[in-house]
Design a protein around this ligand. Structure first.
Ligand SMILES: Nc1ncnc2c1ncn2[C@@H]1O[C@H](COP(=O)(O)OP(=O)(O)OP(=O)(O)O)[C@@H](O)[C@H]1O
Length: 334
């Protein structure tokens, strides 16, 4: 459904007399098969939105090729546009128009009849918890309601491929859960392919068949959430000791567990990665008990997608809470 090779975008920035280049996306190869839900993750400024804007024809690549929904991105952008839905971070509704009318006229642009567009629109309003807001102007809606309206706009023409740029940012937990259900429903009932960016790792874990991690404009990891988590190298075992002077002894015994990586000590906490946390924990507790060493707490934790992030990008996704400032667009560097 999406096949991109060497997709790149360089921006030229001018500050006073100084010109510089930003390689926002640097040679991305990616494949998304029909019916997949694929999550695109990366720290702030990694190149997610730029990649998405290229794949949706809103931005011209400086290099590379892609086919999107069966159409060539460079030679048939109109074909791509007709076959996709795109929900940008900024949204696409005019603040003054009535929500329902806006939705119907959007679907009409794709050749859907008014009757059918109205029926689909009303169904989407119910499913996305927007009932009673058909006549409301977006400017008089809450942020979460507007976000859900944006999503309805991206779906009303029933595209086979939907791009969602941070669809659940700003939604409350209930609305997020509804949207996840809706996205899963799109796939199971209509075979829709979904390509989404998110900052929520639990979302990627729960919703996505596959995850691609981008950092500094390049794909640095890809796989199912489980594959990525297993690639981190085992479960994280943590023992808390009642007195910090016991930590070195515990670290020595932990490091002797089969397949254990070198333990780290942080005050009264000793941690290391082991291939199988459950059995390692039992063995360690027996060993410590036999040696008469008391422990204050133990934990064995499976790697999370955040651990994957830390391993492949050297940063936690939670480090970059603040989105990068948008920079005025310049001509692409050729
Ligand atoms: N129009 C532009 N002009 C100049 N530089 C840009 C432009 N758009 C993006 N960039 C730069 O390209 C890089 C990638 O930005 P992009 O918005 O694709 O990242 P992102 O992964 O979507 O980040 P976020 O998670 O913060 O939305 C950043 O360094 C950004 O500052």
């Amino acid at each position: 459904m999406i096949h991109a090779r060497g997709l790149s975008r360089t921006f030229r920035k001018k500050r006073g007399k100084q010109a510089s280049e930003v390689k926002a996306v640097a040679g991305v190869d990616l494949d998304v098969e029909a019916g997949e839900i694929v999550g695109f993750l990366g720290p702030n400024g990694a190149g997610k939105t730029t990649t998405m804007r290229m794949l949706t024809t809103l931005l011209t690549p400086t290099a590379g090729t892609a086919t999107v929904a069966g159409c060539d991105l460079l030679t048939d952008p109109v074909g791509v546009r007709r076959r996709i839905g795109y929900v940008s971070q900024a949204g696409s509704t005019a603040p003054e128009n009535r929500a329902g009318e806006e939705l119907v006229s959007h679907a009409r642009l794709y050749g859907v009849s008014t009757a059918e567009a109205t029926e689909r629109g009303k169904r989407l309003f119910t499913e996305l918890d927007l009932e009673g807001l058909w006549e409301r102007q977006p400017k008089a809606m809450s942020g979460g309601q507007r976000r859900r309206l944006d999503i309805a706009m991206g779906l009303v023409h029933v595209p086979g491929l939907v791009f969602l740029d941070e669809p659940t940012t700003g939604l409350d937990p209930q609305a997020r859960a509804n949207l996840w259900q809706h996205i899963e429903g799109l796939r199971s009932e209509r075979g829709t392919t979904v390509f989404l960016t998110t900052h929520y790792l639990d979302e990627a874990d729960a919703l996505c068949d596959r995850v691609l991690v981008i950092d500094k404009g390049a794909i640095v990891a890809s796989g199912t959430p489980d594959e990525l988590k297993s690639s981190v190298g085992g479960d994280l075992l943590t023992v808390t000791v009642p007195r910090a002077d016991l930590a070195a002894e515990v670290a020595g015994r932990m490091g002797a567990l089969p397949g254990a990586e070198a333990p780290t000590v942080d005050g009264d906490r000793v941690s290391c990665r082991v291939p199988a946390g459950g059995s390692a924990l039992v063995a360690l507790l027996r060993d410590l008990d036999a040696a008469g060493i008391e422990v204050a707490g133990v934990e064995s934790r499976r790697p999370s997608l955040d651990d994957v992030f830390l391993t492949v990008t050297g940063r936690s996704l939670r480090d970059g809470e603040h989105p990068t400032e948008p920079v005025p667009e310049q001509e692409p560097a050729r």
